[in-house]
Design a binder for this molecule. Structure first.
Ligand SMILES: O=C(CO)COP(=O)(O)O
Length: 258
């Protein structure tokens, strides 16, 4: 089996302005050592308005921390007021971009078709998408979490060739566990993350599926991260609230010590 480097990514959502972002990334950089980066890839997804500041800091201080955006336009350029293109994110040297976060799906009615177009826009511009999938509480209560999540995966990856899909990151985020303090059990996370890997093997190949990193997201904290990371198909975490506290995020990066 391929060894997958865990990816711990902080999704700041609509928090931290560009000055706070600089202070926060400086704290992370100060705390994290080479041995942390050897074991784990560390990334932050700040708001768009912070990205230039984060880029300047990362470039200037040659930091190993990666960064990316929380969303991308499906369009290349033009009359799309308020949108940010993949080319703009690439120019800021973003590595990652989240696509289809449940808050985008819920508050901005993003469909699987739109997420698919955004995944393609990301690859078009050399960015790595973190495709977010996951069920709401009603679906979970009905026991349909696997079918629901795999349908989102199929939709997001439609006509995405293997050469691109092999670098994708999938974030399984059960909506009922986001920001609620209600963390999925490690077994819940493994059930769906394992099914995602199985579907990737069906859609592409076992070899590709073994390469793809699958994150869990939803109320991840230093106190629960180790048990979740112990699951065979969980390769990292997409962290919301706990990523806003630099000490807590560093502990999450050091999940092996928890
Ligand atoms: O949505 C999330 C990350 O993208 C998870 O948020 P919380 O960690 O705040 O539950």
């Amino acid at each position: 089996m391929t060894t997958r480097t865990p990816l711990m990514a902080g999704n700041w959502k609509m928090n931290l302005n560009h000055l706070e972002a600089i202070a926060h990334v400086q704290k992370l950089a100060f705390a994290l050592a080479d041995k942390d980066y050897d074991a784990v890839e560390v990334a932050v997804l700040p708001p768009f308005t912070d990205l230039r500041s984060v880029q300047t800091l990362v470039d200037g201080d040659k930091l190993k921390i990666k960064y990316g955006a929380q969303d991308i336009s499906a369009h290349e350029s033009g009359a799309y007021t308020g949108e940010i293109s993949g080319a703009m994110l690439a120019k800021l040297k973003c590595t990652y971009v989240a696509v289809g976060h449940s808050e985008r799906r819920q508050y901005h009615n993003e469909s699987d078709e739109l997420c698919n177009a955004k995944v393609k826009a990301a690859y078009q511009n050399g960015l790595t998408p973190i495709l977010c999938v996951g069920e709401g509480l009603d679906v979970r209560k009905a026991g349909n979490q696997v079918a629901h999540t795999l349908a989102q995966l199929d939709g997001g990856l439609k006509d995405v060739p293997a050469e691109q899909a092999e670098s994708i990151v999938i974030a399984y985020e059960p909506v009922w566990a986001i920001g609620t303090g209600e963390v999925a059990t490690p077994e819940d996370a493994q059930e769906v993350c394992g099914a995602i890997r199985g579907r990737l093997a069906e859609l592409y190949s076992q070899e590709l599926a073994d390469k793809v990193r699958i994150q869990y997201g939803g109320s991840v904290k230093s106190g629960n991260v180790a048990a979740i990371m112990a699951q065979p198909d969980v390769d990292g975490a997409l962290v919301g609230g706990a990523a806003l506290d630099s000490d807590e995020f560093v502990k999450i990066v050091r999940f092996r010590d928890q």
